[in-house]
Design a protein around this ligand. Structure first.
Ligand code: TYD
Length: 207
């Protein structure tokens, strides 16, 4: 089973990954967690190029192709082989981040993006996508006070993040069988409870 975590900056998804994967392990599954961009030797180098604060002149098309290049590598090198072995793979961000950020956020044509994404991933679509939904102000202020990794991408206007959030909500509404919205404004413990409930309805104890 391929599970992806999506959400705006500061939605707190990354901090939930260890407990969530431990929970799935306790059901008897092998679990692998990855994050984007990065997650492979090659992907981590691409991540550095994307995140460098002084790469201010990066063209949006370049940025898209770099995200997708890192993704192509991790799908081929890690995600697909692990899924074939029956491992539950949890990816912190995946193709929907490109639709939300580059598509809805930056206004790049969604049809074009979907074609690039399909090429990069070889058509691999998650079985379950958990949307960590939080309003933009809460997300950004958490990000600022949380001491998390600050990067070039955080400097965009609040309006951009608003488009990203609305994009996520639109993507989730269009594919309700794959997406599940989690209220990420709750306490981390409550968020974890919701995540575990969502997993239990889809993934019983391994027989
Ligand atoms: P990161 O520091 O990993 O943040 P987070 O913990 O929020 O995932 O930075 C990832 C940033 O890159 C985040 O702002 C979202 C953005 N991003 C895109 O714009 N497009 C993409 O395809 C991906 C994977 C990430």
């Amino acid at each position: 089973m391929f599970i992806t975590l999506e959400g705006p900056d500061g939605s707190g998804k990354s901090m939930q990954v260890p407990a969530l994967s431990e929970f799935i392990r306790s059901l008897g599954y092998q679990v692998l967690t990855t994050r984007e961009p990065g997650g492979t030797f090659i992907g981590d180098q691409i991540r550095e190029v994307i995140m460098r604060m002084d790469n201010t002149s990066m063209h949006p098309r370049t940025e898209i192709l770099l995200f997708c290049a890192a993704r192509a590598q991790i799908v081929a090198e890690v995600i697909r082989p692990q899924l074939e072995q029956g491992v539950v793979v949890i990816s912190d961000r995946y193709a929907d981040s490109t639709l939300a950020y580059q598509g809805y956020g930056h206004g790049i044509d969604l049809t074009v993006l979907r074609q690039i994404l399909s090429f990069a991933t070889g058509g691999l679509v998650p079985d379950l996508t958990l949307l960590f939904d939080v309003d933009v102000e809460t997300g950004l202020s958490r990000r600022q006070s949380g001491g998390g990794e600050w990067n070039r991408l955080d400097d965009y206007a609040v309006a951009f993040h608003r488009r990203v959030r609305n994009g996520y909500l639109e993507l989730a509404a269009a594919e309700p069988a794959r997406w599940l919205r989690i209220d990420a404004a709750q306490t981390p413990a409550r968020v974890q409870e919701d995540l575990q409930k969502a997993i239990l309805t889809r993934l019983g104890p391994r027989s």
